[in-house]
Ligand binder design. Structure first.
Ligand code: IPE
Ligand code: IPE
Ligand code: MG
Length: 244
């Protein structure tokens, strides 16, 4: 089976894969459909890729679901996206729980509707003991906002006399981020041919390997996911060191 050959390949599969799921709108436009239709198909791709990641031995899958900047979209699209998120959370909690998937949500929750926050909390609580795969969904997430919030909290600690400015180092800073207890992503995949980071995990991706694919997210398949992982496995990671 493909999943096994990946695990036995020259390099182990990435522990943590992050994905910028892009291209739903273009997928719909190409078919003369409303953008929502693309988001609906995108949600189906999420199901496929979550299961594929678990089967391939990936431990953490982080998906960019809604950025801090996505609030700037037309109100009707934001409403549709939030509606789909509600549906996803309601429908998937049981499946995730059954399949050994732990759900975690990162991002600023204050701006999300209270019923969505309640669904998130319920899903996180119900799946907290699962260990097969950790599925992290970034909602109302912005990398710069996350870094600024961390800096502000540390500044307040200094102001209150609880720490000294000189004590602040990479580790202390990272502990203030939404991803405090998660390792950094090994691999970032972005679909739809765009080659940019769009304010995703700015701090955490300092040494992440990037793979860009042309497929639009609703068309992204398990085979393409496996191909991206194989490409990652062929890379040499240096972290600023000498060529190995
Ligand atoms: C990604 O697809 C989904 C979200 C950002 C929520 P887009 O909606 O960005 O699709 P394109 O980029 O317009 O095709
Ligand atoms: C990034 O995609 C956000 C998500 C996938 C949720 P966008 O479509 O919002 O990014 P830009 O605007 O093309 O950079
Ligand atoms: Mg887009």
């Amino acid at each position: 089976m493909e999943a096994l050959s990946l695990a036995n390949g020259p390099a182990s599969p990435p522990l943590h894969v992050a994905i910028i799921m892009d291209g739903n709108g273009r997928w719909a436009r190409a078919r003369g459909l409303p953008r929502t239709a693309g988001h609906q198909r995108g949600a189906e791709t999420v199901r496929t890729i979550v299961e594929a990641a678990a089967e391939m031995g990936v431990s953490i899958l982080t998906l960019f679901g809604f950025s801090s900047e996505n609030w700037n979209r037309p109100e009707s699209e934001v409403r549709d996206l939030m509606g789909l998120l509600r549906l996803y959370l309601r429908n998937e909690i049981a499946t995730l729980a059954k399949n050994g998937v732990r759900l975690r949500v990162i991002g600023e929750r204050a701006r999300l509707a209270p019923d969505i926050v309640a669904l998130i909390e319920e899903a996180e609580a119900k799946t907290a003991e699962n260990r097969r795969l950790t599925l992290v969904i970034a909602l109302n997430y912005g990398g710069r906002q996350e870094i600024v919030a961390a800096a502000r909290r540390l500044a307040m600690e200094v102001e209150a006399g609880r720490i000294e400015a000189g004590q602040i180092d990479d580790d202390m800073f990272a502990r203030q981020l939404f991803t405090a207890e998660l390792p950094d992503p090994d691999l970032l995949i972005r679909t739809s041919g765009e080659q940019r980071i769009s304010n995703f995990l700015l701090w955490q991706m300092a040494y992440t390997e990037f793979v860009f694919v042309d497929s639009l997210w609703p068309d992204f398949s398990r085979e393409e996911f496996e191909k991206a992982i194989r490409e990652y496995q062929g890379r040499e990671r240096r972290y600023g060191g000498a060529v190995g």
